[in-house]
Structures are given as C-alpha cells and as structure tokens.
Design a protein. Structure first.
Lengths: 217, 217
DNA sequence: TTCGATATTATGTGCAGACATAATATGAGT
DNA sequence: ACTCATATTATGTCTGCACATAATATCGAA
C-alpha cells in the first residue's frame, strides 16, 4: 500500500510475484497472498492468474457504506428514536410489482407506512410492502413496538439485497409528514431484499432535508 | 452462510468454534478461519477473541458502492462522454477550507468548474479545488483533454477519502447548467481525498435529475 | 507462417502445525 | 463478598508445504 501511495509502483505497473515479495519481506507466501488479496478487495490491485498482479489502473473507488437500521442511525446522532405506523393494510401486487419482483398476482402483501422520528422531529418516511407468502409470522409481531425493519432484520435471513440512492422533490404529502417545504430536495433510498428467488420486502425511505450519508475509504 | 440463511443459527447465537467446525467439515482450521473472516467482513458474523463467533444481531448492511470516474459511469450507460471546463482560476483557501482541510492560508489552490455531458446532455456539474502545493505537476497537464478527475486518479495516490451523499435543490445557476427546473432535487456527492495529512482535492458533484446510484449486496 | 498441443508460471486454494493475544473463567487471598 | 493474579480458551496471525487452475509462452508439425 505504501509503495502504491508513494508511486514507487504506479497505476498499471506489474508488481513482483508472491514468491519474490515473500522473500523480500521475509515472510511466507500465504502472508503475501493475504495482503495482496486484501488490497485487491479494496480495489487497489488487479490480480489475474498467471498474468500477475498490477496496480489498478482505474481504481474504481469502492466506498463501503454502512446502512444501519434507522434506529441505530438516529441514536448514533445522539437523538431519541421513535416511530409511528401511520397506516397498514393488505395489498395485492400491482402489475409493476409482479413483473419487477416476480410476484404472483395472488401473493398476499402487507403494506406499511411509517414515520421515523429523531427527538420528535420527523427523520424519515417509510413506505414498505412485505411478502406475506414468505414471512407470514410477521402478522404475529407487534409492529408498533419493534419496527418492521428491525423485525425483519432479526427474523429473516437475507440472501440478496439491492439499494438505490437518489434525490427527489418532496410531494405535498411528504412535505407535510416531514415538516418541510413542498419540493424540498429529499434523499431517497430504495431497498429490496430477496431470499433466494423470493422477494421478501421492498422499502422506499425518504429522509428529511439535511440528511446525508457519509462514508470513509 | 446457509445455516444463517435457514435460521439454523439465529441472530445472536454463538456458533461452534473454529476447531469444531473444521472437524465437522473435514477441513483445516485455516479454511474455517478464512470462511468465518469473510462472513464477518460482510457483516454477517461478529467475532471476538476468546468470546467466540456470533451471528450478527444487527447485521449492519454494508453495501459497497463503486464510485467510478464519471467518464466510465457515462459510458457504462451507453452514452458518449464529453466535458467542458467552464472556469478555472487560482484560489486562496477560505477560512472554512483552512480549518476543515488543515490548509495554510498561503496554500495555492486551483479551482475548476466543469460540466460533464452524456450524449451532449448535461450529466453532472463539478466544482473542485486542487491543492497545488501537493500536486504542482497538474499545471502541466492539459485538463481540457483529460479531466482533472482522471488525471488525479492516474497520477496521484490517495491514502484516505471521504464521501458524503446528499440531496439538494438546484440553484438558479445549477438549473441552467443542468438544464432542469430551478429547485429540482439533485443528487449531490461531496468527495475529498487526502495523501497522508495533506488534502489533495475536494469535489462537489451535482448530478442532473434522474441520476441514481445503485448497489447490490 | 500458422495452428495446436504442451510446458511453464503466477495466482487460488488448501492442509497441518505453531505461537500471539485478548477476553473470560477460575481460584487464592483479603 | 470482593479483588487481583493466574489459567484457560477462542480467535488472530503466521509458517511451510502442496496441489489446482487459468493464462501465457514455447515449440514442433503441417
């Protein structure tokens, strides 16, 4: 890493093989292997069998964003967390949902609309559906007590997830819920999770103005 | 992973030790160790010496977002990339910059204002300053040909980077540049990179409406 | 010269064993 | 009952060796 930093090895350069490095640093090849593997994991090196290891030419900066449960997020900001389930009803998947998530028309869904608060101030507004065919047990949970988010995190395995981050203008309803001007720019996260081939849940999270997501590389 | 998925091992559970697992799976402890380490890396397990390994109770979803050079981003969307340097001038760091980035008042900065395009449509507007005390060579580069972004990526090592994602309303100037209504919600990325203790560059990237950042876990 | 089989080589993955380290458990002493 | 030193233990890290695999290089035959 230092040698990449001080441009001893420049982007695109082929660096010495594992055996050679092991000799130079007086350690075992396995140790060099792990070091190189970890550097490749964070995108600093490109490795190919037989071809050797090169300093990444296009260091696609890989930023690891940690996406905590909202409660943790709020508490990490030193605020008190609370939330309200605004609405809750059974749904049938729309044509779009059916197609995008591979849901049968008959799949029973639970719809949830939740407002998350930090110190009584609105923090984020959540729209969510849950696939009851996969997680019927959630009907037995008291979702007023433990948010659906946390219930799922704790009780449902995860195999695949997809996040989309974007920006959008506050709708009339959102501006009222989040206590902000209409058309205010809001940070939006769409998240969906699958269990093997079954869509479990999809959420649209709209954060109150001022929210930002920070990450360090 | 399967045992976590099918809830054989539930969140919070203490799983068997490495030696035991090695025996069960008929492999070496090193192999178990690597498997468990990788699962801990993606946030599925919590490990502590002597205390043992537990299934993560709060699986902080760690999403790895890849932040490519804008050109790659545009090209990945199947568009032609081009950009214009709108303005360029020498700057002295403001009091805020001095404090936040630890810059001396005398540090020479290069300011750059760039518009990135996808198929002639505005894609993102970039405001950037570069620390000339650290990278004086950039003055010799033709930044009309290769964007400052790419020049830096190729020529400058980075030891530390910080990203902040947020949303903001288009200012009058931005709405004109990005060809969108005033107050449109825009996705904003702030990025700054350090080389050891020296701030190299800081960028504010404002993406045209409709931009979204997608990531898979 | 071109094609294709073969040899070479760097990384990928695995094994068995060792010591280091941090956190816990234990037990002696007050 | 409490404190503190000691023993225990699970993970962390490393060594040295071995074989697998993919990509390249080489070389002989057509």
């Amino acid at each position: 890493m230092r040698r990449i930093s001080d441009r001893h090895w420049r982007p695109g350069d082929l660096i010495p093989g594992e055996v050679e490095l092991a000799e130079e640093f007086g350690c075992a090849r396995a140790t060099v292997n792990r070091a190189l593997r970890e550097l490749a994991d964070i995108g600093l090196l490109d490795r190919k069998r037989k071809a050797g290891t090169r300093v990444a030419l296009n260091p696609v900066r890989k930023a690891t964003v940690e996406i905590p449960v909202i409660r943790q997020d709020v508490e990490a900001r030193g605020k008190d967390y609370s939330f309200d389930v605004l609405d809750r009803k059974d749904l049938a998947p729309s044509a779009i949902l059916q197609q995008h998530y591979g849901l049968a028309a008959s799949t029973p869904l639970l719809g949830l609309w939740t407002l998350h608060r930090a110190d009584t101030y609105p923090f984020a507004y959540e729209e969510r559906w849950i696939n009851l065919a996969v997680v019927p047990e959630i009907l037995d949970a008291d979702l007023e007590l433990l948010s659906a988010n946390e219930w799922l995190v704790r009780n449902m395995p995860l195999s695949r997830g997809e996040f989309t981050f974007s920006a959008g203008n506050a709708t009339a309803a959102e501006s009222e819920l989040l206590n902000c001007p209409e058309d205010a720019a809001l940070f939006i996260v769409n998240r969906s999770t699958w269990m093997v081939d079954d869509a479990i849940t999809a959420v649209r999270l709209v954060y109150a103005p001022g929210f930002s997501m920070k990450t360090v590389v």
